[in-house]
Design a protein around this ligand. Structure first.
Ligand SMILES: [Cu+2]
Length: 272
């Protein structure tokens, strides 16, 4: 790869709706931006280098009109049922994590799952990705049929990382951190849920390389990282000892699914 020459990076995203099967076998409607016309609860990751032309084709494979936007980058595109829209954009900075999403009826379509992450990757570091979401099972059916809910009384009951809950997050090699002592590890985090998620690392501290909410956070070395709704953060972890340690949401309700603990936002880091 030539690191000096910007390239065109192309993705085709399908807006799909489907039925999500949670870790406890509960099922509810959900939507996602996927790389194929088949619904998967994990939204596609868009990864490019700074200066690259990012070319997206977005196909609305659902039975309702959908939108697409990236704050400060791509204004709202409306995509009719069965239509395709195309857009091109660039990020000229490195170490940026951003969120693409469907802003229509906000936050309804995001709450159904339509939000994924973009990472502008300069790094040769070992990289992991956590797209944090939560769902209210009974609301999902209401939202999917175009009805409204009272967001002031939002109490989500399913919590996922890349569409999975514990113990299945460790099966996702893009999420579960596996590395070695002294290795530089980067963790790209997008909170595409509606709640704050506060990730607590056991065993290690990490340093904030990027925080969409405030540049003042950059450089802080901590073990707990609160991330607000629709914000992103990039962490650097250089493990100082071997071991297997957990990472989980410090808000313990987010470590559950359908009221069962610890079936939510919980995974481990395996350092050898
Ligand atoms: Cu903890």
């Amino acid at each position: 790869m030539n690191w000096c020459v910007a390239e065109t990076v192309s993705y085709t995203l399908f807006i799909n709706s489907g039925i999500y099967t949670a870790v406890d076998s509960a099922q509810f409607p959900a939507s996602a931006f996927n790389l194929t016309a088949e619904f998967s609860p994990e939204n596609a990751r868009i990864i490019a280098s700074s200066g690259d032309t990012i070319h997206l084709r977005i196909i609305n494979n659902d039975s309702l009109v959908h939108g697409f936007s990236i704050d400060d980058k791509v204004p709202l595109l409306n995509i009719a049922v069965g239509d395709t829209e195309e857009v091109e954009f660039h990020f000229f900075e490195a170490y940026i994590a951003s969120i693409y999403y469907d802003p229509l009826a906000y936050p309804t379509n995001v709450a159904l799952g339509l939000a994924g992450m973009i990472y502008i990757a300069p790094s040769h570091a070992s990289t992991f990705y956590w797209n944090l979401k939560e769902f209210n099972k009974s609301w999902a059916s209401i939202l999917a049929t175009g009805n409204s809910v009272d967001w002031a009384n939002y109490y989500p009951d399913y919590f996922t990382v890349n569409g999975r809950s514990n113990p299945n997050i460790n099966l996702d090699s893009n999420a579960r951190i596996v590395g070695s002592v002294g290795e530089t590890i980067h963790i790209i985090i997008a909170n595409t849920g509606q709640s704050v998620h506060s990730l607590h690392f056991h065993g290690y501290h990490a340093q904030i390389l990027y925080a969409s909410e405030s540049p003042n956070y950059v450089g802080r070395i901590k073990d707990t990282f609160p991330i607000k709704s629709m914000q992103t953060m990039i962490l650097e972890l250089i493990p100082d000892k071997p071991g297997e340690y957990p990472v989980h949401d410090h808000n313990l309700v987010a470590v559950s699914a359908g009221g069962i603990y610890p079936n939510g936002m919980f995974l481990t880091m395996l350092i050898q």
